[in-house]
Write a protein that binds this ligand. Sequence first.
Ligand SMILES: [Zn+2]
Length: 422
Amino acid sequence: QSRLVSVSEGLDSSQGGRMVFAILSERAREEAKDMAKRVKIGHDSHKAEGRRGTGRPPFGLYSAPGSGKVEPHPDEYGTARRLADLLLARKTTKDTAHQLNEEGYRTRSGATWSPTAVSKLAQSPLFAGMVPVRRRKTDEHGNPLDSWEGYGEPLRDETGEVIMCGKGVVTPGEWFKIKALIAERTDDRWAKGKPEAKYLGTGSYRCGRLRDKKGTGELEPCGGSMSHRGGRYRCEVRQTRGKSICEGVVTLADRIDHAVGQAWIHHITALEPGDPVVIEIARRWLAFADPETQARKNEAQKALEAAQRRVKKLEDDFYVYGKMDEERFEELSEGQRAVIESIAATLEALDAEADLSPLTQVAALREAWEAADMADKRMLLKCTLGKKGITVKPAARQGDHTPILERLEFDWLSKKDTATEK
Ligand SMILES: [Zn+2]
């Protein structure tokens, strides 16, 4: 049965792996059972009309015993709302914690606020009055245990809408925005440059000085990020770890920024409208410009993939292992198909909402560049680059007048990136 082979991660039962194979089958059965239970619990909680679950509600909220609902806590709400407002004003979790402490706010136990406490609280679905998804805990071998823990995602009904259990400190809209803002800062793609930086190359320029990175005697480009100070970009590795690690690269900021701007326009104008790369650039740009829609799309996409995985497991359990009667199988897969259809509809609606068309024309992108301020330009540049960014090779010697462009190596976003980064 070829199906069985693929299910078991490519393990071929003819290659003397029968014992492992038997264990895997057993495991697959357990997983299917667990999954069936999860589906049922999902349905039950819909019927229960959004109860918050057990445990103390998060800071800022109160729950009347037995009500299953949350409401603002009279003493804590003010602090919690201040915390949310600081995050919504684009303060980092660190600055938010600092500011709260400065203003004399304390946690429930009277402690000072930490960036982690701020981040965990603000990203808990209950903070917005939404019922969290609960996941079954597993032991160290990954086997399911009989206890469940809240997870950082809101539970959704069949139509993809979040399920509420009262009034939170923030609205769901604000919650998604906060989550996107925190993710934006931790997401590798954006985090390299400080959000408030005013220079084009922060986060995109990389030191191209050759050095022996692995201690094998083989030279490769440093790759350190370049930071801006006093009108010049310099290799961070040299700044922080010293000349003996990397001899570094220094370049005049105005000169390189101007050259990169010209190169960007040149590169964009050479692309065809409708090129998948142009669409990917537009998609990334929109994700930056509209983090809330993007966060909702990511949530929906994750939910869709989870539902598709559940269907696959259901099919394996029924067709391959025969551990479920047909009626049960039909019932469960019907439920999953409904979930998939509704999420797909949600995604479609979100796609329609996030209209890419104004940005998929090359001319429009070029205009966007010309009208953009420095922060927007920096993001447009990042949207167009692959992971390696722009490598700045060192000047051959002092007073080297080689045009700066010849010292730059661009890793432009390619078709390959659009295929794999989805
Ligand atoms: Zn370097």
